[in-house]
Structures are given as structure tokens and as C-alpha cells.
Design a protein around this ligand. Structure first.
Ligand code: NYM
Ligand code: MG
Length: 217
């Protein structure tokens, strides 16, 4: 076969609580990879541009109320609806930098009191990321960063619960090696350097591997 020439893109995921620097680092990595000639795309969840995403946006901006389980399923549906597009990009050799995914989905809902195993169900079988870059920051530090915003969930005591759910989820994850915890208290530049190194290694190492459509299976 011809597998030696086949190169897929890497699925690089950023996760963490609010105000931990995920979007900053995802953007910087995107700019770096693009400027060095890589085929790369930045993707953010929730994707607020679709009809499902618009409902999620109305919920997050407190313009609409929804049952906790209903909104959980909408966040998951928002990932499923983008799956064909993301899959094609990866198979076509484009590296994806994704800002939040099913791990946020589970952690925010578990923080509300929903059952962790129930929360994982709707995302089972989605694409599995090749790495989870977890931006690890205490709530005290994230609060110092100009405070939380106006959206639902952006409150100190809720964020504390989200942090706890993230670590619960990691402990229960069958693929513990995917998680790369970074000390998000470091400077933007130091973090960026580490993330670039990790990402370049990953892009090289996973280019010959098949896509993994087996999240939490
Ligand atoms: N969020 C995000 C969830 O509750 N479930 C999910 O599945 C995802 C992807 O949306 N506070 C929450 C976490 C955030 C909020 O995301 C909006 P961002 O990255 O802050 O714009
Ligand atoms: Mg936010």
C-alpha cells in the first residue's frame, strides 16, 4: 500500500476553565504554524454560527433558559454537526487547533450536579484528540486576570466546581497519556514556546496514524 505518503493533520485540543489563556495560546499557535507553512485551522467550541450554536449562545448570554440536560445535549450536537468537516480537514492533512471540546462539555455539566457517566454518553464515538493541552490555573489567578465575564458560568464558585470536574474526568479517562498539563501561570511567551515544541513533535508523530473516532469507547 501507499501509506508511506499518507499524512493526516494533528488534532490539538486546548482545555481548561474560563480565563486560563486557552484562546490566547490557540491563536498564537495558529499564527506560528501558519507562518511556518503548515496547513492549519483554528476551531472553537461552541461553534456559535450554526442554528444549534445560536441557541447555545442565547443560553450562555442569559437570553434563554434551558433544562441542564437539554443544553448538555445541544453542546454535544454542536460537536457532532461539525464532525464531517473536521474529519475531512484532518484527512486532507490540515492540523486542527481546537479551543474546547467534549471535556468542557462534561466538566461544566458535572459542575451543575449531573452524573459524569451520563454526561459522557452523547459524545462517545466522536473524534479523539491527539493531545489535550490543559491550561492549569488556580481560580485566584484567573480572577486576577481582569475578573470573569458576564456570561453564564463565569462565577468564582462555579469555576471551582468546573476545575474539580476536569480533574475527576481526567482520572476516569482511559487515555490518561493524552493529557498534557501546563502551568498556565507562566508568561504568554514561555507557554507559547512549550506549546510550539509539543505541537511540532505531535504533528510529526501522528501524521502516519489513522484517525481515532473512538472518544470514550
Ligand atoms: N461550555 C463549552 C459548556 O458548558 N459545554 C461545552 O460543551 C462547551 C464546548 O461554554 N464558559 C461552556 C464553557 C464556557 C462557555 O465558551 C463558552 P468560551 O470558550 O468561554 O467562549
Ligand atoms: Mg468564557
Amino acid at each position: 500500500t501507499n501509506t508511506a505518503t499518507y499524512k493526516r493533520g494533528a488534532f490539538i485540543l486546548f482545555e481548561g476553565c474560563d480565563r486560563t489563556g486557552k484562546s490566547t495560546q490557540a491563536n498564537k499557535l495558529f499564527e506560528y504554524l501558519q507562518s511556518t507553512g503548515h496547513s492549519v485551522k483554528l476551531w472553537k467550541f461552541p461553534d456559535r454560527t450554526t442554528p444549534i450554536g445560536q441557541t447555545i449562545n442565547a443560553y450562555l448570554t442569559n437570553n434563554q433558559e434551558l433544562d441542564d440536560k437539554a443544553i448538555h445535549l445541544l453542546f454535544s450536537a454542536n460537536r457532532w454537526e461539525s464532525l464531517p468537516k473536521l474529519k475531512n480537514l484532518l484527512l486532507g492533512g490540515t492540523t486542527l487547533i481546537v479551543d474546547r471540546y467534549a471535556y468542557s462539555g462534561v466538566s461544566y455539566s458535572v459542575a451543575k450536579g449531573l452524573d459524569l457517566d451520563w454526561c459522557r454518553c452523547p459524545d462517545i464515538g466522536l473524534l479523539r484528540p491527539d493531545i489535550i493541552i490543559f491550561m492549569d490555573l488556580s481560580i485566584e489567578e484567573s480572577e486576577k486576570r481582569g475578573g470573569f465575564g458576564e456570561e453564564r458560568y463565569e462565577k468564582k464558585n462555579f469555576q471551582e466546581k468546573v476545575c474539580k470536574s476536569f480533574s475527576q474526568l481526567k482520572q476516569k479517562d482511559d487515555d490518561d497519556s493524552l493529557w498534557k498539563f501546563l502551568d498556565a501561570k507562566q508568561s504568554v511567551e514561555r507557554l507559547h514556546e512549550q506549546i510550539v515544541k509539543i505541537s511540532l513533535d505531535l504533528i510529526e508523530n501522528c501524521s502516519q496514524l489513522p484517525l481515532k473516532e473512538d472518544l470514550w469507547k
